[in-house]
Design a protein around this ligand. Sequence first.
Ligand SMILES: *Cc1c(COP(=O)(O)O)cnc(C)c1O
Length: 394
Amino acid sequence: MFKNLIANSKNLSYKMSQEATTLLIPGPVRLSPHVQSALSIQSLSHTSPEFVTIYQRVLQNTRRLFKADVKKGLPIVLAGSGTLGFDLVGANLVSPKDEIYVISTGFFSDEFAECLNGYGANITTSRGPVGDIPDLNLIKKTLQENKFKLVVMTQVDTSTGVLNDVESICKLVRDVSPDSLIVVDGVCSIGCETLEFDKWGVDFCLTASQKAIGAPPGLSIAMISERALETALDNKASVKPFFSSLIKWSPILKGFEEGRASYFATPPVQLINSLDVALDEILEQDGGLDKRVQTHEEKSNWFKSKITNELGLELVSQYPQNDVSAHGLTAIYVNNPPQVISSMKSKGFVIAGGLYKGIASKYIRIGHMGYSVCNSDAEDIVKCYAALKSTLQE
Ligand SMILES: *Cc1c(COP(=O)(O)O)cnc(C)c1O
């Protein structure tokens, strides 16, 4: 039985690569050919000069990705998924009974809240109506009436396709509650939306390799500010994290960033090599990060206007009036989502279903991040639109 599996595995991966499907879910996203081939290198020693050079460049470019100071704070790239970023915050910045304010825009904000609650924090939540962002006046009032250690928000909640106004909320927090640490989940936004870590005064921003960064799943990527790092290194909680401890990781990551190998736990060398190529494509090619954000906006606006004007469908994020839509995915109300998803599959497009409680069975989600929209003949979303149009006319 086992033998058979191994014998077939060659065949299986061959078949999969031949399959003519286009992956358009909101992560993982399609890989560029270079990012994909960077995955297939032979293993390197994790302390070799070759690997140190790669990891060093990845950590330095991670700062550029977040628009963070080249000296202060710490870039973090670890084996894990985006969700590990939740635990990094919980394990390093939260003590039992801490007051934490979660500004929720959907499923992922609620997951983050659940994680931090598990570390013993008291959570206060504000949420906007489904598909909208919470009211800034409500946020201001809540900040004035309480003292929060952390203010947590999701830049793009991938469950609703809503883009939160992180810049304005950061300004409010700095004005009303300057001691609160600002935490942003940027998993579905870093690489396709504007985020200014330093300028906006963000203290911790987390993302993952497989969304708008366009690398394979498997890496948790984050940036922590100087003052948040001080809090983390001073963590006196009686229960100590181990793998997710920044007391453990900070000297290691600092060492690699400065070109020195050191060991706490083995980094996934192939994934980091692949991320190195993905970051190079974001930062050095086709006009760099700002141009990439602009391209995502243009492609997203084209897709959204077609869907609303030509097909007459409604988006979960309010559009075009009072637009709060994200630019890396589109969440669309349709009749019978499972049927739409399976018909799209038969036309060669893998798309996703709904995720947010209360409306999950009423909508579909289509991702348009990274290579699918950024390569020079990026036709994925155009072809996907044609397939969706014909699906809905069946
Ligand atoms: C995907 C996602 C996560 C979780 O990331 P994983 O890599 O699946 O663990 C968290 N937050 C947001 C906004 C996401 O889109």
